[in-house]
Design a binder for this molecule. Sequence first.
Ligand code: ADP
Ligand code: MG
Length: 270
Amino acid sequence: MKKIAFYGKGGIGKSTTAANVSAALAEKGYSVCQIGCDPKNDSTRLLLGKVCSETVLDVVKKFEDEVAIDQVVHTGFAGVKCVEAGGPEPGIGCAGRGIIVALEKLKKLQAMTKEDVVLYDVLGDVVCGGFAVPIREGYATDIYIVSSGELMSLYAANNIAKGIARFAERGTVRLGGIIGNSRNIRNEQELLETFATKLNTKLIAFIPRDQMVHQAEINRKTVIEWANQSEQACIYKGLADLLMDNSALTVPTPLSFETLEELVLEYGNE
Ligand code: ADP
Ligand code: MG
């Protein structure tokens, strides 16, 4: 079983990329489960065609020990199993705690034992206790960081790399690469390539910013479903293949904030 996690700054494109990759893998015949670990609960929206209304936390709150697998695992496009960990109401409680409870519950239920691929979609602005759980507790072993060339996205990516480096010391978690999701920044791909090299990894994909993604999103679909033969869909399919074949997993070497700033300046002013 491939145990993959996508981390990255909020709004950078983790869920969109994850849902398209899951859809592409399912189309190729793999059994896939995508688990949203973001209090936004919208990780699987494009796969389900709606925002998941029954998160693990919601169901656990209501039924406690009586929870059945099919109450928390929902079937989406091409049979992708969709789970949302859930989170507290905005303003109350700790979002990270929700992930801990949800992942423990899924483990207890043995909800993901037969899948070829489990993909965790995790908010990575802060790698606080709860959000580190997928990497700290060995739920995911192959970590990918989704980032654009914007400074704050790279800053979040670098912080996530610090978390991976820490947990790699005593576990099997490794960095699989950077997934560039373009924001049309000047020299963005080159900047991301250099950033990845300095981090002791590689830019495994560079996904263009494309109106098609928006079009598919407003129709509640992945690009894979909405425009299967489009160039953008082919890019997601290519990324899906790379994730399955990647064996170049590394322990990252995070940068100082000053080095990061200099790097962004160098490419931005070129
Ligand atoms: P995250 O899960 O990291 O918070 P989302 O996947 O929800 O981010 O993406 C945020 C927004 O960016 C969404 O409206 C999505 O459609 C858009 N988006 C993501 N990737 C692309 C892309 N490659 N081209 C165009 N729009 C994109
Ligand atoms: Mg998301």
